[in-house]
Design a protein around this ligand. Structure first.
Ligand code: FES
Ligand SMILES: [Fe+2]
Length: 350
């Protein structure tokens, strides 16, 4: 059984990736072609012609329609075939599936499930986005060679940072501090405060801390596909109020996981912060540091993915540190099973 959850908004692409050309991307193991209409509105269709299944992305745009590159069938942005070269009648079955899409936060969000349930209000709300004093890095993309469940577990697993990210966010003091885990519906959070400890190298560089710091990390997972790590680094010895935390280095590190196949994942990341506005050198360093951190995660997750596939085993020993990761996996598996048991399964047309 697949553990995909279809009735949810996923990031299909960053806004800048989709233009007046045919852009293909596999999402939840379905081929999708994305493009923009002449007025700029994004469109997503299944990337498979209703005639002989040629990927429509091999064709071309004709106005707001897609023309198949094999025999020239034309589909409008609802997926309806509007022209068959050489015959006047368009067969009623000649239609391709179209997917609801919404452009928000500089990204194109897609709904792969039952279109009747696609409510744009359910798109995840990004904290502090476009608020004065806060800067956003977006448009970052990596392709991870692992099942999104392994990646979701990793994003709920603070215990790995000390060992897997020695040169970036790793902090030897952090591995000793217990992590608390809570779940509220489709939200799981693991968090900890590491008080009166030396800051990790990246924070020392950016925040210029000379002494000890208090550092908190909240690892949030919003099933099925959004992870947000909230990080605060502040001078040690202050009360942990919202105002004091806002005076420290504060950031929200978002990852949007969009399963590509059962074993590969599109990893979009976005970062919101309250420091270094307009500092292009700092921003470049931040991008390089985060890209490196997520490359390190990809190296770990894709390597264990290969071993899981070779052995058919997901995990041998279970440890106390697995509480958060296991909670997220169980939640995702339960949601996928619940969806599989409903009527809200999308029907394939083409
Ligand atoms: S395969 Fe698309 S028109 Fe024939
Ligand atoms: Fe990591």
């Amino acid at each position: 059984m697949t553990t995909f959850i279809r009735n949810a908004w996923y990031v299909a692409a960053w806004s800048g990736e989709v233009a007046r050309t045919l852009f293909k991307r596999r999402i939840l193991d379905q081929p999708v072609v994305l493009y923009r209409k002449e007025d700029g509105t994004p469109v997503a269709l299944i990337d498979r012609c209703a005639h002989k299944l040629l990927p429509l992305s091999m064709g071309q745009l004709v106005g707001d329609n897609v023309q198949c590159g094999y025999h020239g069938l034309e589909f409008d942005c609802s997926g309806k075939c509007v022209r068959v070269p050489g015959q006047a009648m368009v067969p009623p079955k000649a239609a391709v599936r179209s997917f609801p899409v919404v452009e928000r936060y500089n990204a194109i969000w897609i709904w792969m499930g039952d279109a009747a349930l696609a409510d744009p209000q359910k798109i995840h709300r990004i904290l502090r986005y476009d608020e004065p004093g806060w800067s956003v890095i977006d448009g970052r993309y990596q392709r991870h060679l692992a099942d999104y469940l392994n990646i979701a577990e990793n994003l709920q697993d603070p215990a790995h940072t000390t060992f897997a990210h020695r040169s970036t966010i790793g902090n030897p003091a952090a591995s000793e501090v217990p992590v608390k885990v809570e779940q509220d519906g489709e939200h799981v959070v693991s968090w900890r405060w590491t008080n009166d400890a030396p800051p990790p190298p990246i924070d020392r560089k950016i925040g210029g801390f000379s002494g000890m710091t208090d550092r908190c990390q909240f690892y949030n997972y919003f099933a099925p596909c959004v992870a947000r790590v909230d990080v605060v680094t502040m001078e040690a010895g202050q009360e942990h109020t919202e105002e004091n935390m806002d005076r420290g280095l504060r950031a929200y590190s978002y990852k949007f996981l969009t399963p590509e196949t059962a074993t590969t994942t599109h990893f979009f990341w976005l970062h919101v912060r309250n420091f270094g506005a307009g500092d292009t050198a700092l921003e470049a360093a931040l991008i390089a540091g985060l890209d490196q951190t997520f490359d390190e995660d990809n190296a770990i997750c894709s390597a264990l993915q290969r071993e899981q596939e070779a052995t058919g085993v997901r995990q041998y020993a279970f440890l106390a540190i697995d509480a958060g990761p296991s909670r997220v996996r169980r939640l995702l598996e339960q949601m996928a099973a619940a969806e599989a048991g409903t009527d809200h399964q999308p029907k394939e047309t083409a």
